[in-house]
Write a protein that binds this ligand. Structure first.
Ligand SMILES: [Mn+2]
Length: 292
């Protein structure tokens, strides 16, 4: 009888500290995010060929860049990229547990039926861990205290020809996606973009913008979505002006020189920027504690 009593009284004690321990281990970090898109302004394709999605609730973002070469066959690869991102968002929204970016790309790819091909980069944040999958030359970087501490690798077959998802014979499949994992801390900034961003701005130029604008993000009085959109806009606009400049030095101009192509200045292209900010979220912590 005594033994039974001891066992009974032990049960709640042993389960209680366990769940508390689990909660205390949590960092309670959230990623706040917003996009900004500048299409290059083609009369027949006002939406351009880039596409993106942002899911604040699921802390997941994505960028796609439809491959322009399809235009010669009368295909608007922007439509493929938009369908791919739309399907990615659908997949993310219905996920009830941890999101796996490569699986998101796989499912979105199999549901995308249009002609065309596109690069794709999908990234999710889960309590201090970024997980991403990338096909092609879109990508992202993480900045800490104004300095780049991580940059995703890009995949190119040759100069200006990125890996690209599509159902055609020459296109790639989601199996080739590079997967990445990176630990972040409160205050870190994620900058994701298409090559319209990455080919026009050097890392140090993005660092400069973040260093200049970061204090605005810390101001609580400004509406959260707006301030992140402002930052994404600042970055996109800087890339846009460089893309128009025929003489400035850009990552694209350097790549051209290395590939022995004659090209100076920026690269006219659609420019997509998605900004993410890793923040402590005490309100989220309180709701997690009260619902446990
Ligand atoms: Mn592009």
């Amino acid at each position: 009888m005594k033994v039974k009593l001891i066992l009974k009284s032990k049960e709640p004690e042993s389960s209680e500290p366990k769940s508390l321990k689990f909660l205390l281990k949590k960092k309670n970090l959230r990623m706040r995010s917003a996009p900004y898109y500048i299409p290059k302004g083609h009369k027949l394709k006002p939406l351009g060929e880039d596409a993106h999605f942002v899911s604040p609730d699921q802390q997941t973002i994505g960028v796609a860049d439809g491959v322009g070469g399809w235009a010669s066959q009368g295909v608007d690869a922007g439509e493929y990229a938009r369908e791919l991102m739309h399907n990615s968002l659908d997949c993310v929204k219905k996920e009830s547990s941890v999101i796996h970016p490569k699986r998101v790309i796989e499912e979105a790819f199999s549901n995308t039926k249009r002609q065309g091909s596109s690069t794709a980069c999908v990234m999710t944040h889960n309590d201090g861990v970024l997980r991403a999958a990338n096909v092609g030359d879109s990508g992202f970087m993480v900045l800490r205290e104004g300095k780049v501490v991580y940059k995703s690798p890009t995949q190119q077959r040759r100069f200006n020809c990125p890996f690209q998802l599509g159902h055609g014979q020459k296109s790639d499949r989601p199996e080739c996606a590079v997967e990445m994992e990176f630990r972040v801390i409160a205050g870190d900034i994620v900058v994701m973009g298409s090559d319209g961003l990455l080919d026009n701005l050097f890392e140090w130029e993005i660092e400069e913008i973040i260093q200049k604008e970061y204090h605005k993000l810390l101001k609580e009085n400004k509406d959260s979505a707006n301030k992140y959109e402002d930052l994404a806009y600042q970055i996109a606009e800087t890339a846009y002006y460089k893309s128009l400049d025929k003489y400035c030095m850009t990552p694209f101009a350097i790549a051209c020189t290395l590939a022995e192509k004659k090209h100076k200045g920026g690269k006219m292209d659609d420019i997509t920027v998605v900004v993410g900010h890793i923040v402590n979220d005490s309100s989220w912590r309180m709701s997690a504690l009260s619902s446990s």
